[in-house]
Design a protein around this ligand. Structure first.
Ligand code: KIV
Length: 265
């Protein structure tokens, strides 16, 4: 079984085939995502919130991202694995950007993702110039949460909408192979999708994008501390896990577990 390639992924757009992307952070869930046949796995820095229990993504380090990327990449046989560049891994200098992106590829990712518009265009040009595939991310960018003051919809007024459209075009010209559009009005995301030749992957950006991405733990109903409007939980695994653990505790306490069938004679 061979991995989906970036050129194959890009053909989805011309073929009108929607792209399904989800995050994963470990081998077990990667295997499930693979069995379900999703095309792309993003090892997102969202792991700072859903795995590490931090209030935002800012504290996630390169070493932590590489640790999770290795687990996902060694397990994925078909899906295209993208490593999410954490805060401070690409902001400081072009040199650090290339080195850190290269480390993601050495850990098994096929591409990297970074957040931002005009401020990262030079980073994208240098990385793609060295053969490192890059996915962009505009709109609501979680690593800028302290500047923006929260996780709000972007591009609601004409001036900001135009700015985001221009960022998307500049990133495409710089060489990104796909672009995440986060928390944008449906009409703006649709316009950007029409204007670009590369695939757009929406999260809270409506149905007009070429694909969709969700955080796995949101999709499975495992993370319920903060559920944005755009999340659709396709399962309620936290509730099921809670029930299972309560039953286990009760059965241990009353001596029902282990029974003969879970014991050696
Ligand atoms: O970190 C992440 O999971 C992401 C996606 C939500 C796009 O950046």
């Amino acid at each position: 079984m061979s991995h989906l390639t970036i050129p194959q992924l890009q053909q989805f757009k011309s073929q009108g085939k929607k792209i399904s992307v989800v995050t994963a952070y470990d081998a077990l869930f990667t295997e499930i995502v693979e069995q379900a046949g999703l095309e792309v796995i993003l090892v997102g820095d969202s792991l700072g919130m859903v795995v590490q229990g931090k209030p935002n993504t800012l504290a996630v380090t390169m070493e932590e991202m590489l640790y999770h990327t290795r687990m996902v990449a060694q397990t994925a046989k078909r899906a295209l694995v993208i490593g999410d560049m954490p805060f401070l891994s690409y902001q400081v200098s072009l040199e650090e950007t290339v080195r850190n992106a290269g480390r993601f590829l050495q850990a098994g990712a096929v591409a990297v993702k970074l957040e931002g518009g005009m401020s990262v265009v030079d980073r994208v040009e240098v990385m793609t110039g060295f053969g490192i595939p890059v996915m962009g991310h505009v709109g609501m960018t979680p690593q800028s949460v302290n500047q923006s003051g929260g996780y709000h919809v972007r591009g609601k007024d004409e001036v900001e909408a135009q700015k985001i459209l221009e960022e998307a075009k500049a990133l495409e010209a710089a060489g990104i192979f796909a672009l995440v559009l986060e928390c944008l009005p449906t009409s703006l995301a649709h316009t950007i999708t029409q204007e670009l030749t590369i695939p757009t992957i929406g999260i809270g950006a409506g149905s007009g994008c070429d694909g969709q991405v969700l955080v796995l733990y949101d999709l499975l109903g495992l993370f319920d501390e903060f559920v944005p409007k755009f999340v659709k939980p396709y399962a309620h695994l936290k509730a099921e896990a809670l029930q299972a653990l309560k039953r286990y505790k009760e059965e241990v306490e009353c001596g029902k577990f282990p029974s003969d069938s879970e014991s050696y004679q």
